[in-house]
Design a protein. Structure first.
Length: 143
């Protein structure tokens, strides 16, 4: 299945924690930007955008993991591993572009990244959002 060229935020993606939702929105914007950049910019510019996505993803995963710890989310270890696997995937894409093994970001790469984020928010992230403890811990986690 091929995704549309731009992944979009919708209200059904909310996890009910403003700062985490805002970070998800930023990730979606960054993926959409990558889609636009991949054909019309240099490899170095695309690499810069991927690096920015990786940096934001690391920040977001850290904030999300702190939040899950705060609410006592029981499946946190599995969730953390999913995060690590995704970061590894992003880093591999970045590394292959930086090393010159590949010269451009493929449609498959972008569709895979967008699909992963969409599914992750709607499945794994929504799981901690529906926990009863979530409603008691809605205050933002300090960065």
């Amino acid at each position: 299945m091929r995704l549309k060229s731009i992944i979009s935020w919708s209200d059904n993606m909310t996890v009910g924690v403003t700062h985490l939702d805002d970070e998800h929105k930023t990730m979606i914007d960054q993926i959409s930007c990558l889609y636009a950049y991949r054909k019309n910019h240099t490899r170095d510019e695309v690499i810069q955008r991927i690096s920015e996505l990786i940096d934001h993803t690391i920040l977001h995963f850290d904030n999300e993991e702190k939040y899950m710890k705060k609410i006592g989310y029981p499946d946190s270890d599995e969730h953390y591993q999913v995060h690590r696997d995704f970061l590894e995937k992003l880093t591999l894409i970045e590394d292959t572009l930086m090393s010159g093994q590949r010269t451009e970001l493929s449609d498959n790469d972008l569709n895979s990244i967008a699909r992963w984020l969409f599914n992750h928010i709607l499945a794994e992230d929504r799981d901690y959002a529906i926990r009863p403890a979530h409603r008691e811990a809605e205050a933002p986690v300090p960065c």
